[in-house]
Design a protein around this ligand. Structure first.
Ligand code: SF4
Length: 497
């Protein structure tokens, strides 16, 4: 099997993994080394089926000894199998990087032989990239649950971000759908990564401060930082009966206790026929979307889980975003005056985001804010107007200021976005990594056409024309020879445009 075939199989097998995002770390280019990383550098393009194409997203192998019910790569499925050799994958990544196809590598894997053996292959690949190719670009590596701590540590010093998939939101579900995995095997590497990151940061901070003492003990060769972009995880939603309340509480505790950068939610997609799994109509992409909105409120808007959702209503409202839902359930706190409200309160107004709240805080020092100023600051005034006053004037007239009245104004089904798995087409002009372009074949000319094109220039009756040297200038020659004919080369290029 050649590398292109392997790539096709292993990139396709990796498309169900959603955990990749902005790189989160800065690393400058260095002379003699290849590439750099920008904190916001890995922005994504998605192909029509949701594959992220800015990172080379592949599996080391789709051979797997486990049999997780929801996974296309499980050992009981009869599918084409392939495995990269470490050098093949490293060279492929560098080839793509140099051609500007990708900004980094997202490497996951099925479990071949054992978690340790799989991780060793991944380590070998990353060592070739980092040490032989001196690659300084972004690498996200998956830690396979059950890998021994020494290998997790080794992998962490080569990757920028690591993730261990939670897979499912509870131990019971894990037992049902992924019986070879268990909570302990998943949480142990997550804890280790958290501790190693903290330890690594502390050591580096001490080394920066104690310049005199460390000058002697500093190792000559700089060791790579351990997972400088932090860790993330992913869980499948909708395959098992856990509620949004359960999932959001779990996410909040992961952020709190394991300092995760992101928890990714992956709506269950049926790829296997298995009686333990729900039917195909259980796909809940909209639920995934609402969970991401709630997750955003936890991480950036200073919300607590209990403010977003409660045990009595354990699922997020599919018709209303969680922030608007909170606002209409707390109408006694609205409307707020944008010229005097606290930053925390501005953050809670539907239609005002983090950047908007900061802009308002700055702008109102200089002038009184009214509707036109808010619009200029990029506030979604159409939504915000029901919850604010601008210099005493309320903009939400026409709607009943009640829970039902405002719900009627704000509730709307989720529209398919222009990216990710909701995309029904790629952004115009962009091609996905595996997309074929239709290049029209060059026009094949008949002999007569070819002769016409290459016949000697028409000679005018002007006696001077024959004696004009070529270098005299194209315009002068053209005037005498008649209109210029396109060269053969131009004709061919023209057909490809
Ligand atoms: S261990 Fe990973 S690759 Fe293997 S079957 Fe389970 S989810 Fe799929």
């Amino acid at each position: 099997m050649d590398i292109a075939d392997k790539l096709e199989i292993l990139a396709d097998a990796a498309k169900y993994d959603v955990a990749c995002t902005s790189s989160g770390i800065d690393r400058d280019a260095q002379k003699g080394k290849l590439g750099n990383t920008l904190a916001a550098g890995i922005c994504h393009s998605f192909s029509a089926d949701g594959r992220c194409i800015t990172l080379l997203k592949v599996l080391m192998t789709n051979v797997c000894v486990y049999d997780c019910a929801y996974c296309v790569n499980r050992c009981s499925n009869e599918i084409a199998r392939a495995a990269f050799k470490p050098r093949e994958l490293a060279d492929l990544t560098i080839g793509f990087y140099r051609r500007n196809y990708v900004e980094g590598l997202f490497l996951s894997s099925g479990v071949i032989k054992s978690p340790d053996y799989t991780t060793e292959l991944m380590i070998e690949t990353l060592e070739i990239l980092r040490f032989e190719h001196a690659f300084r670009g972004y690498i996200h590596a998956k830690a396979v649950p059950g890998t021994s701590p020494e290998l997790v540590d080794q992998l962490g010093h080569l990757a920028d971000r690591m993730s261990v998939n939670m897979e499912l939101p509870s131990q019971k579900s894990l037992q049902l759908l992924a019986p070879e995995k268990n909570k302990q095997n998943i949480l142990a590497p997550m804890k280790q990564i958290k501790e190693n990151i903290a330890e690594d940061k502390d050591t580096r901070a001490i080394m920066r401060k104690c310049t005199t003492y460390m000058a002697e003990s500093k190792p000559k060769k700089k060791t790579r930082a351990f997972v400088p972009a932090g860790q993330s995880t992913q869980m499948i939603i909708g395959a098992t009966p856990e509620s949004d309340y359960h999932i959001l509480n779990l996410s909040a505790s992961l952020y709190r206790t394991l300092s995760l950068k992101r928890v990714f939610f992956s709506a269950y997609l049926p790829v296997n026929d298995d009686r333990r799994l729900p039917s195909a109509d259980a796909i809940e992409l909209n639920r995934e979307h609402r969970l991401y909105q709630a997750d955003w409120l936890l991480r950036f808007y200073r919300f607590d889980v209990n403010e977003i959702i409660d045990e009595e209503h354990p699922f997020l409202d599919p018709m209303l975003d969680p922030k608007a839902n909170w606002a209409i359930n707390n109408l006694d706190r609205f409307p707020v005056e944008v010229n005097t409200a606290s930053y925390e309160m501005l953050l809670r107004v539907p239609g005002i985001g983090v950047r908007g709240a900061k802009s308002i805080m700055r702008a109102r020092k200089r002038s009184t804010l009214r509707e036109p100023e808010l619009r200029k600051l990029g506030i979604a005034y159409k939504r915000a107007r029901y919850f604010i006053t601008c210099n005493g004037s309320y903009g939400g007239t026409g709607a009943d200021f009640s829970r039902e009245g405002l719900r009627a104004q704000l509730a709307a089904p989720i529209k398919g976005g222009s990216h990710g798995r909701r995309a029904d087409k790629a952004i115009p002009g962009q091609l996905s990594l595996f997309e074929q372009t239709e290049v029209p074949k060059p026009k094949i000319m008949r002999p007569q056409e070819y002769r016409t094109l290459h016949e000697p220039p028409a000679v005018t009756n002007d006696p001077l024309a024959a004696s004009l040297p070529e270098w005299f200038g194209a315009s002068a020659s053209a005037q005498l020879r008649g209109p210029a004919r396109p060269s053969r080369e131009k004709v061919l290029i023209g057909t490809c445009a």
